[in-house]
Design a protein around this ligand. Structure first.
Ligand code: GLC
Length: 562
């Protein structure tokens, strides 16, 4: 038997170790999966169809976890899979604690969580707090009578002199107010009229909603992408928004965006997540004009680190120019508070494909490689959009094939968001291996040549380019954690920057132009090529002067860094 005094010493040591040392490691805020990992955005309808109804589903995602693991992904974000009438393809939620039958069941979802976790892949859900579907039972109750207890869970107002309560416009065009004949009041909807806005000033709603979030956290969901966080709270006096020069399209969202309460709610959400271990939230922040990185960054700080991360859309809205990219990146980093963390993104389900956007007709594949190297070597968590890793193109749809209500509404001026949502191209087989039957949106007709299977086999494919970069991001802490310092700031089409962490020092050289360029680099140390579109790996590199080939993307390591 262990003598009493030794036993006590052992006990104290174990206690101190577990309480302070282990907990310290666990809560090391500087080294969390969502900071050092790569996150992959799945649009579930279009990823993989397991049951042959032409629509992607959760079991389809489970069947592709090995693929994601092989690509090196650390987390997946699923666009909404909750029950929904699908007016806005899932962003109109009718039940926050269930899975839409089209995507599967709660059991399937739990299986996805377990299977993903067993492969060290985290799962992030989409959280739509601004609005519900008009078919949500809360709204059915709310609209049933003026004195229903849930009336105040939504935003109801009387008209003003026979008109709408104020001049606010929806994100999709037209007044935010919809008249409801039954109770003779207007309800507010920031998006389609089928998406009624919740009233976040109502404490009952807030409590119930937050309990719903716990449901997923208790199940093991690793975090949330929060839909339009900055729109969820509105001016309590419903004042008219200013309209510069009297042009309605220029309406400023002064009284229905970035209200103090939105920051408070963001902070409350963050504190709920912080009660659990290693959960995260990343905010979508809407602005007019789009891509206002200062507003996005304000959600990292204003609420005392309200959100873990926020999307900066400025990079994806830039034209193809090294200088413009540089300015976006530098501005974005300058806005991130010291305690905050950046994330970077080039595509999502609301935009056209990265591969086709702004890049005109020429050199798309070369540009795709340069932008992949950029995204995966920048400071901040990279978010990849499904299919970008194989260079999927925009869908070319006929008018009758358009499903996005926005496309139907604004055709032919704006053809909607379907273009960037076409089914994943897995193989050369019928329907691109996405489904056994006709998919909900047509598969791009280049699938026989452009698909995952063929790219997996081809060492020089875009898929393997992404895969190598993701692996390098894991190998070098300088890439996932290091400081970023620019050396050439876009001049002459060239962007060069360093990533440094402790003894690691890497240099990224990107030539955005279609011409060979003489590049003069500061310093004269000798490095080694780690990875390059044009140079041989392991070759030595002398960093004073180089000729960068057209669309060259090269990563160099300086092993001697002190
Ligand atoms: C977000 C989503 C978009 C959706 C909108 C309304 O912006 O990304 O797809 O239409 O919110 O929920």
């Amino acid at each position: 038997m262990v003598p009493n005094i030794t036993y006590h010493i052992m006990f104290i040591c174990t206690f101190v170790y577990t309480k302070y040392i282990l907990v310290e490691v666990h809560t090391d805020n500087n080294w969390l999966w969502w900071k050092h990992g790569v996150i992959y955005h799945i649009y579930p309808r279009s990823f993989s169809d397991s049951n042959g109804d032409g629509i992607g589903d959760i079991r389809g995602i489970i069947s592709k976890l090995d693929y994601l693991s092989n690509l090196g992904i650390d987390g997946i974000w699923l666009s909404p899979v909750y029950p929904s009438p699908m007016v806005d393809f899932g962003y109109d939620i009718a039940n926050y604690q269930q899975i839409d039958p089209v995507f599967g069941t709660l059991t399937d979802f739990r299986e996805l969580l377990d299977a993903a976790h067993s492969k060290r892949i985290r799962v992030i859900m989409d959280l739509v707090m601004n609005h519900t579907s008009e078919k949500h039972p809360w709204f059915t109750e709310s609209r049933s009578s003026r004195d229903n207890p849930k009336r105040d869970w939504y935003i109801w107002k009387k008209g003003k002199r026979g008109n709408t309560p104020n001049n606010w416009k929806t994100v999709f065009g037209g007044s935010v107010w919809e008249y409801d004949h039954k109770t003779q009041e207007y309800y507010l909807h920031t998006f389609f009229k089928e998406q009624a806005d919740l009233n976040w000033h109502n404490e009952d709603l807030k409590r119930t909603f937050f309990n719903g979030i716990k449901f997923w956290l208790d199940m093991g969901v690793d975090g949330f992408r929060v839909d339009v966080i900055n729109l969820i709270s509105k001016d309590t006096h419903f004042r008219d928004n200013p309209i510069p020069f009297g042009i309605p399209l220029l309406q400023k969202l002064r009284y229905n965006s970035n209200m103090p309460e939105s920051y408070n709610i963001a902070r409350e959400l963050r504190s709920l997540l912080d009660d659990y271990s290693e959960r995260m939230c990343v905010a979508e922040v809407y602005s007019v004009p789009p891509g206002d990185s200062a507003v996005a960054a304000s959600y990292l700080d204003k609420g005392h680190n309200a959100m873990n991360m926020a999307f900066d859309f400025s990079l994806m809205l830039r034209g193809w120019s090294a200088r413009k990219y540089f300015h976006s990146i530098r501005k974005w980093y300058s806005l991130i508070p010291e305690s905050g963390w950046a994330c970077n993104v080039l595509s999502n389900h609301d935009l056209h494909r990265n591969f086709d956007r702004f890049w005109y007709r020429r050199n798309k594949i070369e540009k795709a490689r340069v932008s992949a190297m950029l995204l995966l070597t920048l400071k901040g968590t990279p978010f990849l959009y499904y299919g970008d890793e194989i260079g999927m193109r925009n869908a070319r749809l006929k008018r009758k094939e358009i499903l996005d209500p926005l496309g139907k509404l604004f055709w032919p001026f704006f053809k909607g968001r379907d273009k960037g949502r076409s089914p994943m191209q897995w193989t050369h087989e019928e329907h691109g291996g996405f489904s056994d039957c006709k998919p909900w949106l047509p598969v791009n007709d280049d699938y026989p040549e452009l698909n995952v299977r063929s790219q997996e086999r081809d060492k020089g494919s875009l898929f393997n380019f992404y895969r190598t970069l993701i692996a390098l991001r894991k190998r070098y802490k300088a890439l996932s954690k290091g400081e970023w310092s620019p050396l050439i700031r876009g001049k002459n089409g060239i962007l060069v920057y360093l990533r440094e962490f402790e003894l690691e020092k890497l240099m990224v050289i990107l030539n955005f132009s279609s011409r060979r360029k003489k590049v003069e680099l500061p310093g004269n140390s000798t490095g080694k090529i780690v990875f390059s579109t044009h140079r041989v790996q392991e070759d030595e590199f002398f960093s004073e002067m180089m000729i960068a080939e057209p669309f060259e993307a090269t990563l160099i390591e300086f092993p001697e860094a002190a």
